[in-house]
Ligand binder design. Structure first.
Ligand SMILES: [Zn+2]
Length: 276
């Protein structure tokens, strides 16, 4: 599943490919992709003739910016944007939408799992609407401070691993980086929110920023089936210290990395470096 660094990589790639291009035809092939409006014909006619003026990222959402509107794309598990010649069907079974430009190329959305979403909203108030309104600040935001985290977390009886996945507290952290952040911060994934100390909060913030920034620099992590637009592979998987490394020696202390399930999510940690 693409997380913040992978989505940032997709956004940077898309900017190089489709910025300032004008859409001459739009087609939603799989109507359930479009959550707002639900009338696909209305959407197709509104976006036709519009130019992509900017492409931004908010947490794990891709924001295509038009004159008065934004198109918000969430890739969820397996969504991918491909820039390809008009009429191409890189994977015909899974093509869910395409946007043809005036230069004979198209941007098409493919999703083998069909969980991805599109929202077409007014530029003036999209941050106050679902899906963005419930998002907490990103780790890079100055709003994320030890005091902020303490207020949100220190009465929680949930495990810290689960808490960091809660996009309403901090947005942009997914399963891979959660494990890496907790390893760097030397916190056991099953530690309860109520037991997290002020120093732990500082370490979580510092580790989140370091790890996500480094991953963005590397183009994200390529494991499972994640690929950014155009099949560009990230390289951060070579720098993962615990995630996917079950029964391999910890890079700090040589203890074997353990894998457990926390709230259904595969979770990797070092039982020596991350004591409960
Ligand atoms: Zn260790």
């Amino acid at each position: 599943m693409p997380e913040l660094p992978e989505v940032e990589t997709v956004v940077r790639t898309l900017r190089k490919l489709v910025l300032n291009k004008k859409i001459t035809k739009a087609k939603i092939v799989y109507p359930n992709l479009l959550k707002q409006p639900t009338d696909t014909q209305q959407f197709e006619s509104e976006i036709t003739g519009q130019k992509i003026l900017a492409i931004e990222r908010i947490a794990k959402h891709i924001i295509f910016v038009f004159q008065n509107k934004v198109l918000i794309s969430h890739l969820r598990m397996e969504g991918k944007w491909f820039f390809e010649p008009e009429g191409a069907q890189t994977n015909i079974k899974h093509q869910e939408a395409y946007f043809i430009f005036d230069d004979g190329m198209q941007l098409a959305y493919y999703d083998t799992r069909k969980f991805g979403t599109l929202h077409w909203q007014d530029i003036d108030n999209f941050r106050e609407q679902k899906p963005l309104v419930t998002l907490g600040p990103e780790p890079f935001s100055e709003l994320v401070t030890p005091n902020y985290l303490a207020k949100r977390i220190n009465k929680s009886s949930k495990h810290i691993k689960t808490i960091l996945l809660d996009q309403t507290i901090i947005s942009g952290i997914g399963n891979i980086y959660d494990d890496e952040i907790l390893f760097a911060a030397k916190i056991h994934p099953l530690k309860l929110g109520a037991d997290i100390s002020q120093i732990d909060f500082e370490n979580i913030i510092d580790s989140s920023r370091d790890i996500l920034a480094k991953s963005v620099e590397m183009g994200g992590t390529t494991i499972d089936s994640y690929q950014s637009a155009h099949g560009i592979d990230g390289k951060f998987q070579n720098f993962l210290k615990v995630h996917t490394r079950v029964n391999k020696p910890c890079l700090e202390c040589q203890t074997l990395i353990t894998k457990i399930k926390v709230n259904g999510r595969g979770t990797y940690f070092c039982p020596q470096c991350q004591v409960l």
